[in-house]
Design a protein around this ligand. Sequence first.
Ligand code: SAM
Ligand code: SF4
Length: 486
Amino acid sequence: MPVFYNTLCCHKPNIINSFTTVTAMNSYKPLEWNPQIIQRYDMAGPRYTSYPTAPQFRSDFSEVALFNAISRSNKQLKPLSLYFHIPFCESLCYYCGCNKIVTPNKDRAAPYLIRLIHEIEIQADIFNSARVVKQLHWGGGTPTFISDDEMSLLMKTTRKFFNLLDNDEGEYSIEVHPGTVSTSTMSHLRKLGFNRVSMGIQDFDETVQKAVNRFNTYEEVETLVNSIRADGYKSISMDLIYGLPHQTEYSFAQTLDKVIALSPDRLSLFNYAHMPHLFKSQQLIHEEDLPSAELKLGLLHYAIDRLQAAGYIYIGMDHFAKPSDELVIAQQEGKLQRNFQGYSTHGDCDLLAFGVSAISAIDNVYMQNAKNINDYQAKLDEGLLPYIKGFTLNQEDELRKFIINQLICHFELSFNSIKEKFSVDMQSYFTRELQELTPMVDDGLISMDAQGIRVHNAGRMLIRRICMVFDEYLNNTTQVRYSKII
Ligand SMILES: C[S@@+](CC[C@H](N)C(=O)[O-])C[C@H]1O[C@@H](n2cnc3c(N)ncnc32)[C@H](O)[C@@H]1O
Ligand code: SF4
């Protein structure tokens, strides 16, 4: 019998009691929790994987700005983080908000890979090939949709044109759906140089899985995890979603216990973003089956406390990691960054992204590839870079980006650091913003004085709301475009 059954028996557990038992064995500071305050600040807002965020990217973006940015970053020989988007999935998970193409037809991958390889060749002509690739990530969709041979081809081409590390020192990761990947494919990927895995678990409960059409049993995941560890992968990260249909305190507590028993190095606990007006498949989820706002908040509260009690450090927003993990160390050393994959230790890298809808961040420029596969492929067939939108950050954007990054990664902002870096006096330049933060001081989310802003434990979950105060681009479409914070 797996270990987790010891903490929960078959009747509905008293969550508070089971939590108290665990906390007694660990020394962490539980979150200060006031549902009224949380609900007051819970509105739709960006996740700030970039600033400005993707809706601000413009189609009249200047190619000159892009080539200037590439030339500056080439001169500095900045290391690279490469991202490859493989959009295909075998079946549809109803909750999914990712850019994907659902098809059982594996032949769909080959024509796409031809274009992806062409894109690598074009970009390799522009980027200095001496730049070290410190980070590489295959995301999706489901990257393991492609065959082992196609994976070899893609990786071989990447190595041919870019300077990948051969000593296992790079952070080379792949997203996997544990219900659809074999242990032999994972061993194959390890041989190709991957050393990190990000696994979508979402929820182990059968009723929840049925309601969202996403299936992976605990036993399947356990077998996969054991095999991945035996292969010598350095890190396993798992995704969970709270707020899915039919989730209860009991079912979610069981899922968490199972996940803790699997001991991932990192965990993401995403808030289910239910936006059926944007993601059609979410219309297949019956709204009456979704947990109430109150229950959702309870699930989040329990999960944060349970994970901390199990020894995980709450990095912030929706991320947790073991104390020895690089993310925790980077946060302690003030070096944590945020990019399109979430929190990252590689702030020194430029992000070069390949594939449909992929977003690159090079020096002071963002550029996004066509979101539609036909448009993406057509651009490459014309010999063009497949981007359709971009954004060039001006000094004001750089200043606000820095502030948002400091707050979201380190939960504090020193006014002196802004003076030194941007020659800006926070108190006179951001009078409106600092005034807007005052109610948050009164509500105990932050403290503020002449030295700076410090986000308290209670404000960690609401960090998106705090950052929104410094976002110049929010307008009345914000509530439609973005998901709610909690
Ligand atoms: C790029 S996606 C999918 C990765 C991979 N295809 C899989 O299914 O495991 C990464 C994560 O986004 C999360 N996600 C997808 N749709 C979401 C939604 N509507 N709300 C919250 N999280 C979502 C899921 O946790 C998922 O594992
Ligand atoms: S969650 Fe993953 S596997 Fe499911 S549809 Fe989305 S991208 Fe595909």
